[in-house]
Design a protein around this ligand. Structure first.
Ligand code: TEU
Ligand code: CA
Length: 539
């Protein structure tokens, strides 16, 4: 059971519940909304839903600040609704992957409410505290969302450590009691029938603030193995750790085929390429295309046989890929499909973020329309530092997390069919042209492309086990590679840009079948803007 790796040919769909589908008109997506769209997801062909947090939360960071791990937030529904989602999804052959935020809780969690009362409260040591010495912060560490990573609490005359917002105090993983409370909670979810877990910022749990260590602390892999043994290691669960500090060496530990840690990790090396080196994500730089190919190739080669890759362009923290590395105007559909082909042809488990399968795009709102705390904190900080308004807004339009969080576009009716009320975040005005209903009616839609790619993965083992070889490494236009196993060979060839180009490869095309093409026809070696094809032959 433990070694049953069902997730190797699986495709995962991420739902950001607040923005997926509202069932009761309060403008906020909810669990019943998700249940009402299971048919849609089954049609797409996905195997599991990664559900971003639905636990009880004051929503300072949209649920990544958990006040009770064993309760559902009223705005999303009830525990009964959650149980129903798990069982209804099962009928659609879909498993539910819960999002576990184990690095921190909300400051409104009972543990923290107790912890801050006094130094000898039994929960005090659940968090990371340092004494107040003459009004000085323990050190100059900064939180990910801006400002100091330390916050003073008068009752105990100490500072607590928070890597994220002030309302997200870090849990103290060096305390046995904390770890075992978390294991009990995870087992409680396992008993409810979930299919796996995504582990938020898991590489930051073993922090050592006195040495200014945030991720990859010395005890990290001991803690992960203990977590595994006490919980999901006992069954055939899919587990994916989020690790901004992952490299190919530690990824082999995280995704060790012996099953001692996780199924796989989310690594972000490709995601950080279009920013100025050593600076923040807001400091934009053009995508270095050759480097992108090198980075993805490095991961494909390194983990083949000794680990497992997760494959993604998008998630709830990232801009929409078609607006980022595609062309969301003239070639929106072509480039969305090309990006899907390049990603889904690789070895690993692909993740689709809600709306990606429709070719949904970024938004360009005035600052008043943004909700994300990271975006708003950065705006105010950079204003103070004297940045130009238009430069700040350019960064927000390119990179704000709200690009991914605008409501799902279901149809061309008011509010894109997401809600009958007022949506919590403005709907992208392009929903009239870009929506699920139109996609479903069009056999050449972006949706149809994703559906096809998922089906191919199920039917051609080379998608799962084929070795990866990059072709045309130095070519400035093509992203091309070969996948090969004992019986077959597959070629993925994609023109990554908006110019028509000739493929500089000698191929005996009569030998191959075309499994997928994103234009209606093909014309030999000529590739039109963003044209992508998948060739296949049996040996
Ligand atoms: O994200 C981890 C993380 O480091 C992000 O804050 C990242 O730096 C940022 O989003 C890039 O824009 C996870 C969750 O995915 C994110 O939504 C949470 O806000 C964060 O953890 C805290 O739980
Ligand atoms: Ca609702």
């Amino acid at each position: 059971m433990k070694n049953e790796q069902w997730w190797k040919d699986a495709v995962i769909y991420q739902i950001y519940p607040k923005s997926f589908k509202d069932s009761n008109g309060d403008g906020i997506g909810d669990i019943n909304g998700i249940i009402s769209k299971l048919d849609y997801l089954e049609k797409l062909g996905i195997d599991a839903i990664w559900l971003s947090p639905v636990y009880k939360s004051p929503q300072d960071d949209n649920g990544y600040d958990i006040a009770d791990y064993q309760a559902i937030d009223a705005m999303f529904g009830t525990l009964d609704d959650m149980d129903l989602l798990i069982s209804e999804a099962k009928k659609h052959h879909i498993r539910i992957i819960m999002d576990l935020v184990l690095n921190h809780t909300s400051d409104e969690h009972y543990w923290f409410q107790e912890a801050k009362k006094s130094r000898d409260n039994p929960y005090h040591d659940y968090y990371v505290w340092r004494d107040n010495e003459e009004g000085e912060l323990p050190n100059d560490m900064q939180s990910v969302f801006g400002g100091p990573a330390w916050e003073y609490v008068e009752e105990v005359d100490q500072y607590y450590f928070h890597q994220f917002s002030v309302k997200q105090p870090d849990l103290n993983w060096d305390n046995d009691a904390v770890r075992h409370e978390l294991y009990d909670m995870i087992n409680w979810w396992i008993d409810r029938g979930v299919g796996g877990f995504r582990l938020d910022v898991i590489d930051q749990i073993a922090k050592v603030p006195d040495l200014k260590i945030t991720n990859n602390g010395p005890k990290l892999h001991d803690y992960i193995r203990e977590l595994n043994e006490n919980t999901f290691g006992k069954g055939a669960f899919i587990t994916v750790g989020e690790a901004w500090g992952a490299n190919v060496d530690n990824a082999k530990l995280y995704s060790n085929p012996d099953g001692s840690e996780f199924s796989m990790v989310f690594q972000f090396e490709h995601i950080g390429l279009d920013q100025q080196e050593g600076k923040e994500k807001w400091d934009l730089a053009p995508l270095p295309f050759i480097k992108l190919k090198q980075v993805l190739t490095k991961w494909q080669e390194a983990l083949d046989g000794s680990g497992w890759n997760s494959l993604f362009w998008d998630n709830h923290d990232l801009p929409r890929i078609v607006s980022r590395w595609g062309n969301d105007q003239l070639y929106r559909k072509e480039s969305a499909k090309m990006l899907a082909v390049v990603l889904h042809g690789m070895q690993g488990t692909p993740y689709i973020y809600q709306g990606e399968e429709l070719g949904m795009t970024n938004v360009q709102y005035p600052i008043e329309d943004y909700e994300d705390l990271e975006t708003l904190n950065m705006y105010h900080e950079r204003k103070k530092q004297g940045y130009q308004e238009e430069d700040i807004m350019r960064s927000i339009h390119a990179k704000s997390r709200d690009n991914a969080r605008t409501p799902m576009q279901w149809d061309a009716s008011d509010n894109a069919g997401f809600t009958t009320g007022t949506p919590w975040l403005k709907v992208n005005p392009n929903y009239i042209e870009i929506n699920a209903k139109d996609n479903l009616e069009d056999p050449n839609s972006v949706f149809a492309c994703y559906q096809k790619l998922i089906a191919l993965r199920k039917n051609y083992p080379v998608f799962v086990d084929g070795h990866f070889k990059l072709l045309l490494e130095e070519d400035e236009n093509f992203f091309a590679y070969r996948r090969e196993d004992e019986d077959s060979e597959m070629l993925v060839i994609a023109n990554f840009f908006d110019q028509q180009v000739n493929l500089p490869l000698e191929l005996n095309l009569q030998d191959y079948d075309i499994l997928y093409q994103n234009y209606k026809d093909t014309s030999g070696n000529l590739y039109r803007p963003y044209e992508a094809r998948i060739y296949y032959k049996q040996k």
